[in-house]
Design a protein around this ligand. Structure first.
Ligand code: HEM
Length: 466
């Protein structure tokens, strides 16, 4: 049975819209006593879990601390839920897939993520850490010894003007796909994507035959991605471009923006190709209204022109938009809704002056990456393997002219390569898009993660508690 409308009272709040708070705790746990856990899930936890309607702007029912919960495959098995959710990646778990996701083995993985010991995760979000602590204490009191903590990661928006920006300094969370049946059409942007690409059992879910109780759920991919900020900044400075009419600083900023595909303000370089335009970056009516195609420019060819945005830019690698043709074709199968938050402290003066990230674990920083989709193989995993880590994508394989693109300069890794193996990208210099740049260190290190299922809230007091 395919649902044609989205039940926003049943879909957990983080999935379609994000928690909309500045602090978020990811609390990873293992289930020790399934009978007690199930009974408390149905009786007490169920009513604590925040739905989508509660988080929508204008809601009169926004919780101080939003709560979501998701389960790994081993978590469902611990609850004796053996139904097949028909997602092989979810079943195998992320640890088994580390090398195929490009990770340099698992020696960098947080010990808690190694293996399949994590049964579930609570996502707790508030504007004040104390409110998160209070709600966590409440949950722990309810569940008692039926769970034990395996690991926790605290995320927080960066301070002051950097709020909303990830640690490299770029505004994040701008370009999630519009979702059919949810998006109100008021924001100019690429055509909305079928809800079933994200929400199980709804229009456009390519997998049929899943258990009815999963309708309204979504697979949550979690990754802890460490960012080496001083090293990234140094690389950008060392490779400042040489575009006439721009100052040294502008040429430095342009190089960084061409690695990402947006300026630090969020302005897309496809619309602001030479200088940052903070008004554009902040304007939700304009900042996602582009697709790399420019029929208004005589002779412009979206399959060869990289003067506005390189094929290798993180943004274009992870969502090529019209580069592959109108976004109603194959590209429509490969979308995720991102809902991550930065973690870790700001860069210290000592790190800035040495151009090196500290090895002190308390100074680790990065992105607590969260992505939702209805099918991990065609969502996160496809984007990571077939686009990000594929030097051939999009040029030349997609009938696109120009040199081989190279892997994603921010997060790409050639599967099986040594740590810091040189990576070559093209397209980044607008004066000569064939020029190759070699990146000989990694700016993002995977610290591991897990695949989860974020069930519809009704399942917490239904299938999962019986
Ligand atoms: C967009 C940074 C990891 C997929 C962006 C943007 C930034 C960014 C600054 C632009 C903001 C926006 O458009 O919302 C990072 C950093 C990462 C990271 C610093 C790691 C530390 C990933 C991963 C994936 C991914 C692992 C997928 C496997 C995307 C997608 C977009 C995006 C799909 C939107 C593209 C579009 O709609 O045009 N990222 N990202 N990112 N990123 Fe990442």
């Amino acid at each position: 049975q395919v649902a044609t409308t989205l039940n926003l009272n049943d879909i957990q709040g983080d999935v379609l819209i994000g928690m909309r708070k500045v602090k978020e705790l990811f609390f990873f746990f293992s289930i020790k006593d399934a009978a007690t856990f199930k009974s408390k899930l149905g009786s007490d936890i169920h009513s604590l879990v925040t739905n989508t309607n509660q988080i929508l702007p204008g809601s009169s029912n926004v919780p101080v601390t939003a709560v979501n919960v998701a389960f790994s495959n081993t978590g469902l098995l611990a609850l004796n839920v053996t139904d097949d959710l028909l997602d092989p990646d979810f079943v195998s778990g992320q640890f088994a897939e580390a090398s195929s996701l490009g990770d340099a083995g698992t020696s960098n993985w947080v010990p808690g993520f190694a293996g399949t010991n994590i049964h579930g995760v609570f996502l707790l979000a508030a504007n004040d850490v104390q409110d998160i602590d209070t709600q966590l204490a409440n949950i722990q009191q309810i569940l008692g010894d039926s769970i034990t903590e395996i690991y926790r990661l605290s995320g927080a928006a960066r301070p002051g003007d950097e709020e909303g920006h990830e640690h490299f300094g770029f505004l994040d969370g701008i370009s999630n796909p519009a979702v059919q049946g949810f998006d109100d059409g008021s924001r100019p942007q690429p055509a909305a994507i079928a809800s079933g690409r994200f929400i199980l059992g709804t229009d456009g879910d390519t997998v049929s035959g899943r258990p009815d109780w999963t309708t309204g759920g979504s697979f949550l991919v979690f990754r802890q991605l460490q960012q080496k900020v001083p090293e990234f900044n140094k690389y950008v400075e060392d490779n400042a471009l040489n575009v006439p009419g721009l100052s040294q600083q502008e040429n430095t900023d342009l190089f960084g923006a061409r690695l990402i595909g947006r300026w630090k303000s969020g302005a897309p370089i496809d619309l602001a190709p030479l200088r940052d335009d903070p008004a554009l970056g902040a304007d939700s009516q304009r900042n996602n209204n582009f697709n790399y195609d420019h029929p208004e420019i005589p002779g412009f060819n979206v399959k060869s022109n990289q003067t506005l945005c390189p094929f290798s830019a993180h943004l274009r690698k992870t969502r090529p938009r019209a580069t592959l043709g109108a976004e109603t074709g194959a590209g429509d199968d490969h979308h995720i809704i991102r809902s991550g938050i930065p973690y870790g402290p700001e860069v210290t003066d000592a790190e800035t002056s040495s151009n090196q990230s500290s090895t002190d674990p308390s100074l680790e920083r990065g992105l607590a990456f969260v992505a939702y989709q209805s099918n991990i193989a065609s969502g996160f995993k496809f984007i990571q393997q077939s686009w990000i880590d594929n030097a051939q994508f999009p040029s030349p394989i997609a009938g696109i002219t120009g040199n081989t693109t190279g892997i994603d300069p921010i997060i790409g890794r050639v599967a099986g390569s040594a740590t810091d193996a040189p990576r070559v990208i093209t397209g980044t210099d607008p004066l000569d898009t064939n020029k190759a740049f070699t990146i000989d260190s990694e700016f993002v290190i995977s610290r591991g993660g897990e695949y989860f299922f974020s069930p519809p809230i009704s399942a917490l007091s239904g299938r999962l508690s019986t």
